[in-house]
Structure formats: C-alpha cells, structure tokens
Design a protein around this ligand. Structure first.
Ligand code: ADP
Ligand code: X2W
Length: 260
C-alpha cells in the first residue's frame, strides 16, 4: 500500500510575504513522505491587475476572467508565483516540479457555461479532470508537484480555476489510489468562531456545525467556498481534511473537519 499523500494548498496573504512564505516552504520541505502543493495567489493577482490598470472583478470569491485578465493571471500564477515556490522548495532540499494544468495534461477543465454571470475564461473541473497517472508517477519518483490555478480545456485554451477547487479535486482523485490528507493553509490559525480573534480556533468541525456558523454569519467570505470544497473532499473519500496556519503546519493548533 502506498504511503499517505499530504496535499497542501496555500493561498491568502502569506503568498505575498516573502519572509513568511520562505518559512512555510522550509517547513513543507521537512514534511516526510509524499507531498503535493497547490497554490493560489488571488490577492497578489488583484494587486498586479490594478497596477496594470485593470479592475479586478470577483463574484463570491471567483474571478471574472476576460482575455486580458487571463493573460496576466497566467503570467502571475503559472510564472512568477509557481516558479518562486519551486525555486524555494529546491533551495530547501525538496525536488519540486511546477505544473499548470496544461503541463502533462495534469488538469483538464471545462469552460464554465455562461449563466446569469459570464465568468469568461474560468474552468470547472469534471470528475475525470485530474491526470492521476502523471501525478502518481511524479510522487513515486520522489518529486513534489507544485500545481498552480491555471488549467486547460484540451483544445488549446488556458482557463483560470480556483485553487481551493483544484486542491479538492486532486485530493479526491488521488484518494481512489491511496490515503490522502488535505491541508488548507492560510494566514489564520484555522476556522475561527470569531474571525477577529485568532485564539478562537474551532478544533473539530462537522458539516452541521459549519451550516450553523454560515447561517449566523460567523463563517463568511472566502472561507465559505473553502469549507464547501473541504467538506466535499471529506465526503468523497479524503481521509483527513485540515484548515490551518501556513506558518504552523507542525503545531497542533488547527481545525480538523469531522464526518459527524
Ligand atoms: N470564521 C472564519 N475563520 C477564518 N477565516 C474566516 C472566517 N470567516 C471569514 N474568514 C475569512 O476567510 C479568509 C480565507 O479565505 P480566502 O481569502 O479565500 O483564503 P485563501 O486566499 O487562502 O484561499 C480569511 O482570510 C478570513 O478573512
Ligand atoms: C476562477 C478563480 O477565482 N481563480 C482564482 C485562482 C487563484 C486562487 O484561487 O487564489 P487564492 O487561493 O489565493 O484565493 C483567482 O484568480 O483568484
């Protein structure tokens, strides 16, 4: 039986803080066994878009991605952010390999159909989106795959896909082959009962408790799609799903999702 795979997803403010990011990268390189990293970078992308005179547009945490936006986020996620993470992991002793979804057909997406909102070049992930054979090959060669938020449609079109969604889809797909843990890492210590109090971490969270917190407004904004993805992964066979601080992955403080 293959060893448990630990998938880490990093997003949030930490990606924009070089000193903090290098702490996370050093800790990740020390994690024993097979590992895989998925990264976002939405905040930095919005800053870059504004510097270039474009207005970032997000609806419920999902970016409306017109052609000019797609060009810039591709450069930012698949270029600068992905390659900096790979270089940092290499320096920390992990043999990282950066991939967009187009590389090795790692993740094939479907362009989101136009409904009430036209999201533009945004990709959704069908059940067979993830090339598990390729990722297994890399993991067995002791390579640490680093996946960014850019996918492709198999017909030459790049697409922008939410990084939490990619992390969940990769975790669920690989869970059919081996035990998988999924770690959502960001700048807070976990899911907080009071978003302004980092000491209010909810250590164990069920889907029913999450529904109550959401209804009460205690869990909001980007945490809602994150937890929707996280519970979906737990239901679909991922062994352990954790929400934690990217700077404290080796410490016990975190939120662990529970089936009941
Ligand atoms: N109850 C909560 N606990 C923790 N974070 C919360 C909560 N409610 C809302 N949030 C917000 O959700 C954000 C995380 O979502 P998001 O910014 O999308 O993260 P990422 O960029 O890491 O994917 C946090 O920075 C925080 O401001
Ligand atoms: C379609 C869509 O919304 N894509 C995201 C991809 C990056 C991301 O998910 O970044 P974080 O994990 O840092 O939020 C975006 O462009 O913001």
């Amino acid at each position: 039986m293959a060893e448990t795979l630990k998938i880490f997803k990093i997003g949030g403010a930490i990606l924009d803080e070089p000193a903090q990011l290098s702490r996370f990268v050093a800790a990740l390189a020390q994690v024993p066994g097979p590992r895989l990293l998925v990264h976002g970078g939405g905040r930095g992308a919005s800053q870059m878009l504004m510097q270039l005179g474009l207005e970032p547009q997000l609806v419920q945490g999902r970016r409306i991605t017109d052609a000019a936006t797609l060009d810039i986020v591709t450069m930012f996620y698949a270029g600068k952010t992905n390659k900096q993470l790979v270089a940092g992991l290499q320096a920390a002793g992990a043999n990282a390999l950066g991939l967009s979804g187009a590389d090795g057909n790692a993740i094939r997406a479907l362009r989101r159909p136009v409904g009430a909102i036209d999201y533009g070049f945004v990709g959704d992930l069908p059940a067979d989106a993830v090339n598990t054979g390729l990722l297994e090959l890399l993991l067995r060669a002791d390579v640490l795959p680093v996946l960014c938020a850019i996918t492709h449609d198999g017909h030459g079109q790049l697409l922008n896909t939410n990084a939490d969604t990619i992390a969940s889809a990769v975790a669920v797909a690989l869970a059919a082959r081996r035990a998988v843990e999924l770690h959502f890492c960001f700048e807070k210590d976990g899911v907080l009962a009071d978003v302004n109090d980092n000491n209010s971490v909810i250590e164990r969270l069920t889907a029913a408790e999450y529904a109550q917190l959401k209804a009460a407004g205690a869990v909001a904004a980007g945490m809602v799609p994150k937890l929707d993805n996280a519970f979906a992964a737990l239901e679909a066979g991922v062994e352990r799903v954790v929400i934690e601080n990217a700077l404290r992955i080796n410490e016990p403080v975190k939120t662990v999702l529970c089936r009941s």
